[in-house]
Design a protein around this ligand. Structure first.
Ligand code: JD8
Length: 405
């Protein structure tokens, strides 16, 4: 039986003074995925990196105050150990430090972290970790360090948060969840809460299963389920409804295939957005900046261009192409959003639309952006793209790729 190539094994290291707290990662799907070498989870005891009889990891806070602070040296040695272990490629993990003051852990962040080949989690205790450990990790070890909070309540340490994060991330790794399809319609996956579910018997305690679910009419079942999701989300999490349905200040945004009639507005929007890129990257040597009206018109014949309109105004666009007709690569380019609507999720929506229109057989998405286009790079990262460490075909640009799920 050929084992499907599910891509590189994801490595996860966890450092804690209570390693047994992470024992649940030996169980259930995560435990199975470790046996199947889909995940390489390693738990380290911080006290193994102390050298005194009492294996001391904490001390009193400078400046006074309640509680104790975790010492820097044991953490430094623990991180050195993690970086050195089985790391012939001198790779670098992304370091996640749970903390009540961190960025909120969300399904979107879980998706982003699930794209990472190597994650390391530092579980703090007491009042937290000496601040210099964060600086050391960033500046001396060159790690991307993210402080992440599970939610607006106070825990006693990072272990519980790491258990939740590892489960939410690992279940998105190909092969960990048997039926990947079930990932698609989950709460928070597409911004809507789940529909109600039922199983046998059809009558229980005088309560019946909704008739539509017994009808066999899949279209009717799908429609009922979507209505239930919208109703539940509106009732329980109206904040999710707003964010997921593009109800931004620009009104309801409709995405459609570009036509010749769109060309004048499209050319103006692209020029405006690429002037922004030229400033950000301090170069005028950007092909999109030099596209004439005729170039934009001609591009409609050689690529698939989508435009986003809000209340009739062209507010965004994206272009897709298949560099080689039978290839597995889908090229996404010319993604642009009107300056006054940037940062509200429209760029991400256009990107997801461009991905969703990829034909069968496509396995990777590729795109370029300015090496110093930090907002774009952040958005692409969040969308699961990774930098290709090969020089881009466009000077001053970088290339990012993402495997199609
Ligand atoms: C890491 C030490 C305890 C926190 C003094 C209580 C996450 N959502 C979350 N709530 N709390 C944490 C968390 C708490 C932690 C540590 C994460 C390390 N503590 C500290 C500051 C106040 N004690 C968390 N993720």
């Amino acid at each position: 039986m050929t084992v499907p190539d599910l891509g590189p094994v994801m490595r996860l290291d966890v450092v804690s003074i209570f390693p047994d707290y992470l024992a649940p990662l030996d169980l259930s799907l995560i435990g199975k995925a470790r046996e199947d070498a889909l995940l390489d989870v390693r738990v380290h005891d911080l006290r193994d990196f102390t050298h005194d009889r009492h294996r001391t990891v904490d001390d009193t806070p400078y400046g006074g105050g309640a509680g104790m602070v975790m010492k820097a040296q044991p953490w430094s040695e623990a991180l050195d150990h993690v970086l050195a272990q089985d790391n012939s490629a001198a790779a670098r993990p992304r370091l996640i430090v749970p903390g009540p003051g961190g960025q909120r852990f969300t399904q979107r962040l879980a998706r982003e972290l699930a794209q990472e080949p190597w994650l390391a989690f530092a579980c703090g205790r007491y009042e937290g970790i000496d601040e210099r450990v964060y600086d050391h990790a960033r500046e001396d070890l060159g790690l991307e360090v993210s402080v992440v909070s599970l939610g607006d309540y106070v825990l006693n340490g990072g272990e519980v948060a790491v258990l939740a994060m590892v489960e939410a991330i690992a279940r998105l790794v190909p092969g960990v969840i048997g039926n990947a399809e079930s990932l698609v319609e989950e709460s928070h996956e597409d911004g809507l809460l789940e529909y109600p579910i039922y199983t046998k018997p059809r009558s229980w305690n005088g309560r019946e299963v909704p008739e539509v679910l017994l009808s066999g009419n899949h279209a009717a079942i799908a429609a009922w389920r979507h209505e239930q999701r919208l109703a539940r989300t509106a009732a329980r999490r109206p904040d999710l409804l707003h964010a997921s349905h593009g109800a931004s200040d620009g009104g309801d945004v409709e995405i459609s295939a570009a036509t010749a009639a769109d060309v004048p507005e499209l050319a103006v929007l692209m020029r405006a957005c690429w002037v922004q890129e030229a400033i950000a990257n301090d170069t005028l040597d950007i092909p999109a900046l030099h596209e004439s009206l005729d170039d934009v018109r001609a591009s409609l014949d050689t690529t698939q261009t989508w435009v986003a309109r809000s209340a009739g105004r062209l507010v965004g666009a994206v272009r897709t192409s298949r560099p080689s007709p039978t290839g597995e690569d889908w090229f996404i380019g010319r993604l642009c959003v009107a300056l006054d609507l940037q940062g509200r999720g429209l760029g991400r929506r256009l990107l997801e639309h461009a991905e969703s229109t990829a034909p069968d057989g496509i396995r990777t998405f590729t795109l370029n952006t300015g090496a110093r286009s930090t907002d774009n790079l952040r958005m692409y990262r969040k969308a699961g793209y990774r930098l290709v460490d090969a020089p881009s075909t466009v000077p001053g640009a970088v290339t990012l790729v993402k495997r199609r799920r």
